[in-house]
Design a protein around this ligand. Structure first.
Ligand code: LLP
Length: 406
């Protein structure tokens, strides 16, 4: 990817994605399940651009959505409704009704109270709600606490005895049809063991349910496959698939996987230009035009993202330590701390790596900054997939409400 040419053409800050690598990641995972029934439901939250979703849908991906907004995105992007699932612990009535009216594959239930709402709304609409239930297998996924979800103290899913009770209730209800079982223990997982432990626990429950006459069709193993930001050893997709398939051996179930990061993170780059260098005592700061509002992961999780100075050798003898920071008025607005970088001049371009997932999709307008443009490169051809916001975009929903000044 020619970062310099792309930045010159589209300006900075800029998110640039290599769509061919998105498809390659998709193929890796899909092929790992070959010979078995599987659906790769892309976790839209990782990178919700319509063109990203549409590109993955064209490869065969479905969509894992966590709001009705994401369901709408998936539909607009061309994901077939029978490949769309809707999860999340706080679905509003209008979102549940929307999902039922769109007739998506299933709604993933996260609590007893939610099951009651889905049942009531389905009855009102004269529909049968296809559901799965998210089971919390109480397993430590050994990842960052903010992105670990399968522990008992997390807010996600229901415990195994509750799940069993809810399935029996659903079986006897005319308004819901329990067709799936789901778990997701966390994100950026680099250890396969906890995933497989969860898969075996949940598969055991599936066997019990099937014996009780519940006709499950889908075994949804969530997302969470980790990637390399720095020096992690990632999970091998073939080992992952093999382990999951062995957990459900003998059961006639379609595996659903909900990868987000695995598909899109490593082929995404955040491109930002240097505005100033600043020294304060012996502390060196490199101030760039991108900020935490564009890519919040370093500020929020102290996440590591490799910073490359485009066109300059990385092991330069003249490197000194610096913090790479953005213009936002927060001390937490940094991309890297104590990073050795060569001498930098205004206008130098930095490529921040592994920014395709949870980059733009977590961006905001904080400090009244316009959100960045996004571009895709496919077969060597680049194209704009989201225009840089304009100031008019930012103010439109407020200017019309301004009181006329005297
Ligand atoms: N399925 C469920 C139910 C999820 O909660 C998530 C992510 C996924 C699938 C996709 O997980 P992935 O394959 O991308 O790991 N903002 C954080 C990550 C939050 C993940 C939330 N749930 C970050 O930047 O690291």
């Amino acid at each position: 990817m020619d970062y310099q040419a792309l930045s010159n053409r589209y300006g900075t800050p800029l998110f640039a994605y290599d769509f061919d690598r998105f498809s390659a990641q998709y193929a890796l995972l899909k092929d790992a399940f070959s010979g078995s029934k599987s659906l790769i439901a892309y976790a839209v939250k990782a990178n919700s651009n319509l063109s990203t979703i549409s590109h993955l849908a064209a490869q065969g991906a479905g969509a894992d959505c966590v709001s009705f907004g994401e369901v709408k995105r998936a539909l607009i992007a061309g994901v077939p409704k029978y490949k769309i699932i809707f999860s999340g612990i706080g679905k509003r009535d209008d979102e549940i009704a929307g999902a039922l009216n769109e007739d998506i594959l299933f709604i993933n239930i996260e609590s007893e109270a939610e099951l009651a709402r889905v049942e009531a709304i389905a009855l009102e609409l004269g529909k049968v709600a296809r559901i799965s239930i998210r089971v919390n297998p109480a397993i430590d996924p050994k990842t960052h606490p903010y992105i670990s979800t399968g522990l008992r103290e997390n807010k996600f899913g229901v415990d195994i005895p509750t799940a069993q009770r809810l399935y029996l209730h659903a079986k006897n209800s005319a308004a819901v049809d329990p067709i799936g079982i789901h778990f997701h223990i966390g994100s950026q997982l680099t250890d396969l063991a906890p995933i497989l432990e969860a898969a075996h626990k949940v598969a055991e429950l599936a066997r019990t349910l099937i014996a009780l006459g519940i006709e499950l069709k889908f075994f949804d193993v969530g997302g969470g496959i980790g990637v390399v930001y720095k020096d992690e050893t990632p999970i091998d997709p073939n080992e992952y698939a093999k382990g999951i398939l062995s957990a459900i051996k003998g059961l006639d179930l379609t595996v659903i996987c909900e990868p987000g990061r695995f598909l899109v993170s490593e082929a995404g780059f955040f491109l930002t230009r240097v505005l100033y260098e600043k020294r304060s005592g012996d502390k060196r700061f490199v101030v760039v035009d991108g900020a935490m509002n564009d890519l919040i992961r370093p500020a929020l999780y102290h996440a590591y993202h490799r910073v490359e100075v485009v066109g300059k050798p990385s092991a330069d003898a003249n490197e000194t330590l610096c913090d790479v920071v953005g213009p936002v008025c927060e001390s937490g607005d940094f991309f890297a701390k104590n990073l050795p970088l060569p001498p930098i001049v205004r206008g130098d371009l930095l490529a921040i790596h592994t920014a395709g997932a949870y980059g733009f999709s977590m961006s905001s307008n904080y400090n009244t900054r316009r959100r960045a443009a996004e571009i895709a490169v496919e077969n060597g051809v680049d194209r704009l997939i989201r225009e840089r916001e304009t100031y008019d975009d930012l103010f439109a929903s407020e200017t019309k409400l301004l009181k006329a000044s005297k």
